[in-house]
Design a protein around this ligand. Structure first.
Ligand code: NDP
Length: 253
């Protein structure tokens, strides 16, 4: 059993690491998807890579969640269920819908993502499984839960519908890259990443706890730099790229 004091000490270090990672990722472009290069060592098949990167979080979160003695009330099962819903899509649907003929992903990135997912699964699973206070049924009427749930569902809709728009660009056996149109693509280059950020902010609000917010902070630290990379890439690639489209936050960034 890990004491609450030790747990929070590690959690603060984990959050500090996210804050340090953010400026680092603003300076380097992580080479997968459109930014793929062969400079980060040996590579794996893209679909396999996505599966291996994301699957550990489900196992680790579930293990710590179900083996802990904290009361598993309906609100806690809702946090668990929504987390799993997101990852069911990310692990079993998203990689198999990608039109990714022959693309590869470096093993070094897969290992970094496994490391991240292991710790994220631990912090949230151990919190909700063992350390968290009791979330009584009345928590379902708390404004933080209700606003968080609404944000989560909106974010998930934006994330999945934007990923779908991207997949449709390669319909009919097309390959290569095209300028996405419609939906939030009218305002930003990466609504799928924007949606994912909204999702995890919502999930953190629903549980109103530091482990949940640590995930939201990590998601921003990972995805804002990636969205800025995507945005710069679009401008280099397409001379007719819409000038007023922002990168990841409508009207702002
Ligand atoms: P991208 O938007 O780069 O790519 C998503 C898919 O669409 C890929 O199959 C890509 O192909 C294809 N695609 C993208 N743009 C175009 C285009 N203009 N024309 C044709 N096809 C296109 O997403 P990411 O790889 O950055 O992220 C994928 C998902 O994973 C997102 O939903 C994101 O939110 C999530 N994610 C979450 C993280 C987290 O920390 N929670 C971290 C990283 C990702 P190709 O692969 O060939 O480029």
């Amino acid at each position: 059993m890990i004491s609450e004091h030790l747990f929070f000490t590690f959690l603060y270090i984990w959050i500090a690491l996210a804050i340090i990672t953010f400026p680092v990722l603003l300076r380097i472009t992580v080479p997968y998807g459109r930014h793929a290069t062969n400079t980060w060592g040996a590579t794996a098949d893209n679909r396999l890579g996505w599966f291996l990167m994301e699957a550990p979080v489900v196992i680790v979160f579930s293990w710590f969640f179900f083996t802990g003695a904290a009361p598993k009330t309906i609100p806690v099962f809702i946090f668990y269920g929504l987390f799993m819903l997101h990852y069911a899509n990310r692990i079993f649907v998203f990689p198999f819908r990608m039109k990714t003929s022959g693309k590869r992903i470096p093993w070094s990135i897969i290992m970094l993502a496994v490391f991240f997912n292991f710790l994220n699964g631990f912090f949230n699973g151990y919190w909700f499984g063992t350390l968290s206070p009791v979330y009584h049924i009345s928590w379902l009427y708390d404004p933080r839960f209700i606003c968080g749930l609404i944000l989560f569902l909106i974010g998930m809709y934006i994330n999945i519908s934007s990923d779908n728009k991207l997949f449709n660009l390669r319909k009919g056996g097309k390959t290569g890259y095209y300028i996405p149109q419609g939906g939030l693509f009218k305002y930003i280059s990466s609504p799928n990443l924007f949606g994912e950020i909204i999702e995890w902010i919502g999930w953190a609000m629903m549980g109103w706890c530091l482990p949940g917010f640590s995930f939201a902070i990590w998601t921003m630290a990972n995805l804002i730099p990636r969205a800025l990379d995507h945005h710069r890439w679009y401008h280099r690639r397409f001379t007719n790229y819409p000038k007023d489209r922002k990168a990841v936050i409508p009207k702002l960034l």
